[in-house]
Ligand binder design. Structure first.
Ligand code: TTP
Length: 194
């Protein structure tokens, strides 16, 4: 069904299918999905939360659109350290060894750019604790391939949740789009979400 002419149009500036699925849970169907290509290198000494907010903002600003633009960024942090997005097995293994048996934070930032250029942003912070992982558990998880392209080398929405003893915060935030904050941001911008 096409949107009525008066309805606000939203562009999702993301390549992540998870962000699109999470947005659908709020009843929002983007008018377009346009992944942003930006330099994702952290600045020297940049704190994880500052980095997440900066990335979400830059993704929202990079999109060429006259509509509202929503972008997000999810960062896994061990203390002040920003863990990489795992693109190979060795990186994923290193991340899991580091996260094993201890708490870490997942910072999920969202940014919404209005047609007049105004930027609104919010940050969700979640604490996650993995069980102490045995070599066999890490091997099996690596073999699953689920870590690929994921910040911190795991995806809570898959088998990894069986290894997570405890979480405090936002499950959707860990997956990539914190729904509570996203709904609040869209409502503040005048979207009718019921
Ligand atoms: C920790 C964790 C991360 N992730 C994912 C969410 C993000 O897709 C990814 C972090 O990278 P992001 O840079 O946030 O997002 P992306 O590159 O996948 O997509 P885009 O920038 O185009 O929006 O890690 C999970 O899916 N599950 C998890 O449990």
């Amino acid at each position: 069904m096409s949107a009525p002419p008066s309805a606000k149009r939203l562009v999702l500036a993301s390549a992540s299918p998870r962000r699109r699925e999470l947005l659908a849970r709020l009843g929002v169907e983007p008018a377009a999905v346009t992944p942003a290509h930006i330099d994702e290198t952290p600045l020297k000494g940049e704190l994880p939360r500052d980095y997440a907010i900066r990335m979400a903002r830059e993704k929202a600003e990079a999109a060429e659109s006259e509509d509202h633009v929503l972008a997000g960024d999810t960062v896994v942090a061990a203390g002040r350290r920003i863990l990489p997005k795992a693109e190979d097995e060795a990186t994923a293994r290193k991340c899991l060894e580091l996260l094993s048996g201890r708490r870490h934070r997942v910072l999920s930032a969202i940014a919404l750019r209005a047609p007049d250029g105004k930027l609104r942003e919010k940050l969700s912070e979640t604490t996650v604790r993995f069980k102490r992982l045995s070599v066999e558990e890490i091997d099996a998880y690596i073999a699953s391939g689920e870590w690929h392209g994921k910040a911190g080398g795991y995806a809570i929405q898959g088998a990894a949740e069986g290894l997570i003893a405890w979480i405090e915060g936002s499950h959707s935030g860990v997956v990539g789009l914190p729904l509570f904050e996203t709904r609040a941001l869209l409502k503040a911008a005048g979207f009718d979400l019921g």
